[in-house]
Design a protein around this ligand. Structure first.
Ligand code: NAD
Length: 451
């Protein structure tokens, strides 16, 4: 059986990963975006974003003509049988979800479907609040196409769970696939597409209504973010207890099968393009439904103050940060990505600058993106060693593998060797022998009788 063709609207982290993974397995894929520069660059084999193995995987399908990108919705729809909507759904200034990209994409799909004779499947893959697929996407496409959903075209909501930094891996091997179907035929068609894509390695497929599929995504992200804020709250407490160490506490908690070890890594908080905006959107959604969501509120509150823990630690040691040279190791919101959306680093750096500190930063790949945000307020170093050279304090903000290799002696080049491990990548015993060392969730080692 020949592989069916798909189109993917919105070529960001999700859309491009989906497009490239499908094309690499022989599907004909047409990518659509509104950004002309992005379309041009992808067509020339340049992904524009950093994701492990994405660039390598992109080359062959482009060469073979299996993947091409366009600004033209009509072309993309007429050349495919299934269309994924993967446009961004950012938070508005009040925290509510901004659905303008989804509206625009739906409108353009509808217009393109007007001239289509064949039945077409539309799949909402962007994260959208419950009700959006049936109450926004469906009526827009029906109005603009003049065609009835469930008769002339099909509709599914199919949330994406990939993680930036392992987007390709996660696309090839997801924990499960959730299909929210408007009608049975639509669900069958999407399930068949995935069966063809995954072959023998079929992940579990769960079928449900669109509104449940939409809600699964929010409930899932809120739970994970809550786990992060929970362990950070416990870490902050550990720091006030002599002899306590969050690593030992978290490891033991994580071995409880009912809890599990993932997302129990204490640090400076979560960032990125999903958790912060999705939690705000969920909170706004709950408020509009008249429901209190104190767990979501606390998760957000803990996360917003967490990056400043590193600043507090630096201030406790250096007292006054004015004119102090602070080295920031890591800018990306997590390792293996160049994404800086809602990155902890930006919040921390702005707070350091308010204290009139001199900030010098280094990231293995996110420096260009950071320069666009921070401009010349910050010095950018070309290596980790350059970054810490002559500094009064060094803060580890992103847990890149490259930083894990640094030895305590490397920090002797600092003017004042004070290392603040915001991601718990260094061994305290080893570092404490050589430098002044503080870390998230690490209590003071001596216990006085009054404590
Ligand atoms: P992104 O911001 O990286 O990319 C979105 C792309 O959509 C951009 O290239 C933009 O130019 C394009 N776009 C905007 N309007 C368009 C339109 N009308 N037609 C065609 N293209 C348009 O976004 P992302 O991080 O890939 O996220 C996409 C969606 O997937 C969001 O809803 C997000 O919440 C969700 N999601 C993201 C991740 C993640 O890790 N990034 C994981 C799971 C789910």
């Amino acid at each position: 059986m020949s592989s069916p063709s798909i189109s993917v609207c919105g070529l960001g982290y999700v859309g491009l990963s989906t497009a490239v993974c499908f094309a690499s397995r022989g599907f004909k894929v047409i990518g659509v975006d509104v950004d002309e520069q992005k379309v041009k660059l992808i067509n020339s084999g340049q992904p524009l974003i950093y994701e492990p193995s994405l660039r390598e995987l992109l080359a062959e399908p482009i060469e073979k003509g299996l993947l091409s990108c366009t600004l033209d919705y009509k072309h993309a729809i007429s050349e495919s049988r299934t269309t994924f909507i993967t446009v961004g759904t950012p938070a508005g200034s009040d925290g509510s979800i901004d659905l303008r990209n989804v509206e625009d994409s739906s409108r353009q799909i509808g217009r393109a479907l007007r001239d289509q004779r064949e039945w077409h499947l539309v799949v909402v893959r962007s994260t959208v609040t419950p009700g959006t697929t049936s109450q926004l996407v469906k009526p827009i496409i029906e109005t603009t196409s003049g065609k009835k959903c469930g008769v002339d075209w099909g509709l599914c909501m199919n949330p994406e769970f990939l993680r930036e930094g392992s987007a390709v891996k996660d696309t090839f091997k997801p924990d499960r696939i959730v299909i929210g179907e408007h009608d049975r035929t639509s669900g069958d068609r999407l399930e068949n597409l995935y069966r063809q894509f995954y072959g023998e390695q079929q992940p579990p497929i769960l079928r449900m209504s669109p509104v449940n599929a939409e809600f699964v995504k929010y409930a899932n992200n809120a739970f994970l973010a809550m786990k992060v804020s929970y362990i950070n709250m416990i870490a902050n407490l550990c720091q006030k207890i002599s002899g306590a160490d969050i690593l030992q506490v978290a490891k033991a908690i994580g071995l409880d099968k009912r809890i599990g070890p993932l997302f129990l890594e204490a640090g400076l908080g979560y960032g990125g393009s999903c958790f912060p905006k999705d939690l705000k959107a969920l909170l706004d959604f709950a408020k509009k439904k008249g429901i209190d969501a104190p767990l979501i509120e606390s998760t957000i509150r803990i996360n917003e103050s967490q990056p400043l823990k590193a600043l507090e630690m630096a201030e406790q040691i250096l007292v006054d940060l004015e004119d102090k040279r602070i080295a920031v190791l890591g800018l990306a919101f997590k390792p293996n990505t160049d994404d800086l959306r809602e990155a902890v680093s930006i919040r921390l750096i702005n707070a350091l600058l308010e204290k009139r500190a001199k900030v010098v930063a280094y990231d293995p790949i996110a420096t260009d993106n950071a320069r666009r945000i921070l401009g010349d307020k910050v010095l950018f170093a070309s290596s980790a060693l350059d970054c810490i050279d002559g500094a009064d304090s060094c803060i580890v903000v992103t847990e890149w593998d490259e930083f894990r290799k640094l030895r305590p002696e490397d920090f002797e080049r600092m003017r004042n060797p004070v290392v603040i491990d915001g991601r718990r990548i260094f061994d305290p015993q080893e570092f404490k022998r050589v430098v002044r060392f503080e870390a998230i969730g690490l209590g003071a080692t001596s216990m006085s009788p009054s404590e």
